[in-house]
Design a protein around this ligand. Structure first.
Ligand code: ADP
Ligand code: MG
Length: 477
């Protein structure tokens, strides 16, 4: 995560800065970073685990509370507590603005998402003992440009500079592939069954190039739907009047949370039998599997469609990477491995993998990992990319290319007496090519030469930094 950059104004080298990776999930959010051993790690600062429930509560004074404590208040103070904010964020638009009343005040989904981001930032800063201003945030692959922009805006509201928006499935593939031999080509299926959404992506990885061959699942069911199915089952079994349950917000939340508890318990036991208020909540594993069979079949159908879109047979998949808390359900694991005809990869925690990938992406942004080429997912790119967004991409590439060309030119001038002739001539050669590409408005070449220039200059920038550090240490001795 350490980025060594040249300060344009002074020609000096700036100290490392932190870029964190954030999985802003519907059910849970996480923040990760790269540790000194270069391994991605999710922050577990409070001793309550790595997952921060994406739940926000406001007290009478309007002070927000985010995470586990807020989740507990879903039952005791439901009218001041909100969950599944990401659904609202994706549902609201300029035409249909969403405002949520909590207590006396109204909040937009953007403001509520910002509260979650602020909490993640706070945890990261506390754990790392350093300011965290820059982040990479993941979003579902089906998010459109407006939803991606809204996520960036939420980051800005939280005082964060969102350097990149990355698809959750791509982040997972990045985490999966780190540490593997890049020369070995892999085609993987990322099966992401979370609380708020399902998504499957077929991704090919070769020599650090990630290509999303297909992505599917937006309309498939998700973990919350499983909880709802259990809740419906209990209402029917106990002959409960749905209208009166729905009008009792606190009881409804209690039953919902019980349903989730039952679902999780049945991942490791055969019977769940507990009470919520006066209501018996009983569920056995077999009934549970019957309840979810249709939903799981829909996700398998989405996998079939993704393979068709990628024009690949199921045998072409080298590895199935499981993402999302719902993949802990044994029935789901079994159905997925039957369809793909192989055991899913279990190496990385399915609830942490997206955040870990975001941290690796952050490390790439910081210039610490080379030879990785991810698709541009800040905007949703499809085959009908408009000329307006093509122009945006060119503008962005130009701004970055021009700035770096200027910086690098200044830098070699300023340090010409300490740099080797190879450093200087090599930099000049790439600079010439970059300036030519800038004159021709060639987005792809500008981008690749900007990267090349960055990579070429980094070793001697790093060398100079260590010299400067040694010199200043000597001075203070
Ligand atoms: P999101 O990406 O939507 O934030 P997560 O990946 O955090 O979702 O997964 C949360 C979902 O996983 C919730 O619906 C939760 O109930 C479910 N889940 C977590 N652990 C288990 C488990 N052991 N068995 C079944 N479902 C689980
Ligand atoms: Mg998720």
């Amino acid at each position: 995560m350490a980025k060594i950059s040249i300060n344009l104004a002074t020609g000096t080298l700036q100290q490392p800065e932190i870029i964190a990776g954030i999985d802003l999930g519907t059910s849970n959010s996480l923040v990760a970073f790269i540790d000194p051993d270069k391994q991605p790690r999710v922050i577990n600062d409070t001793g309550k685990g790595t997952l921060v429930p994406s739940v926000v509560h406001f007290n009478d004074a309007g002070i927000p509370l985010v995470g586990n404590e807020a989740r507990e208040l879903l039952i005791r103070d439901p009218s001041n507590t909100i969950c599944s904010i990401k659904r609202l964020l994706s549902a609201s638009s300029d035409d249909v603005p969403v405002k949520i009343q909590l207590g006396e005040k109204y909040y937009t989904p953007l403001e509520l998402s910002a509260e979650i981001l602020k909490e993640l930032r706070k945890r990261a800063e506390h754990a790392l003992k350093t300011p965290v201003n820059k982040v990479v945030i993941t979003v579902p692959a089906y998010f459109n440009d407006r939803q991606r922009q809204a996520t960036k805006e939420a980051g800005r509201l939280a005082g964060l500079d969102v350097l990149k928006i990355l698809n959750e499935t791509t982040a997972a593939s990045l985490a999966y592939s780190s540490g593997l031999d890049p020369a070995v080509k892999k085609t993987i299926a990322v099966y992401d069954f979370g609380g708020g959404a399902f998504n499957v992506a077929i991704i090919s990885i070769h020599n650090g190039v990630f290509e999303v061959l297909a992505s599917n699942g937006n309309t498939a069911p998700c973990g919350d739907d499983i909880d709802q199915a259990i809740l419906n089952y209990w209402m029917e079994n106990n002959k409960l009047d749905s209208a009166s349950i729905i009008s009792d917000k606190s009881l409804l939340q209690q039953l919902r949370l019980k349903a989730e508890e039952a679902k999780k318990a049945l991942s490791s036991q055969n019977l769940f039998n507990e009470k919520a208020g006066d209501i018996w909540c009983t569920l056995d594993k077999q009934t549970f599997e019957t309840l979810i069979a249709g939903m799981v079949a829909e996700t398998i159908n989405a996998c079939k469609q993704a393979l068709q879109e990628a024009k690949l047979p199921v045998t072409a998949i080298d590895e199935v990477v499981m993402v999302g808390g719902s993949t802990r359900i044994p029935y789901i694991k079994a159905e997925v491995s039957e369809f793909f005809r192989k055991q899913p990869n279990k190496q990385i925690d399915p609830e942490e993998i997206v955040a870990l990938g975001a941290a690796i992406q952050a490390d790439i942004m910081a210039g610490n990992r080379y030879h990785i080429n991810l698709p541009d997912e800040d905007v949703q790119v499809d085959n009908t990319t408009s000329s307006a967004s093509a122009q945006n991409l060119l503008d962005e590439a130009r701004a970055e290319g021009e700035q770096l060309a200027y910086l690098a030119g200044q830098f070699i001038e300023r340090h010409r007496f300490v740099l080797t002739s190879m450093d200087i001539s090599g930099t000049r050669a790439i600079l010439d090519k970059l300036r030519a590409a800038l004159a021709q408005d060639d987005t792809a070449t500008i981008r690749s030469l900007t990267t090349e220039l960055n990579e070429f200059t980094r070793p001697f920038a790093a060398r100079l930094l260590s010299t400067t550090a040694t010199a200043s240490n000597k001075k203070t001795e």
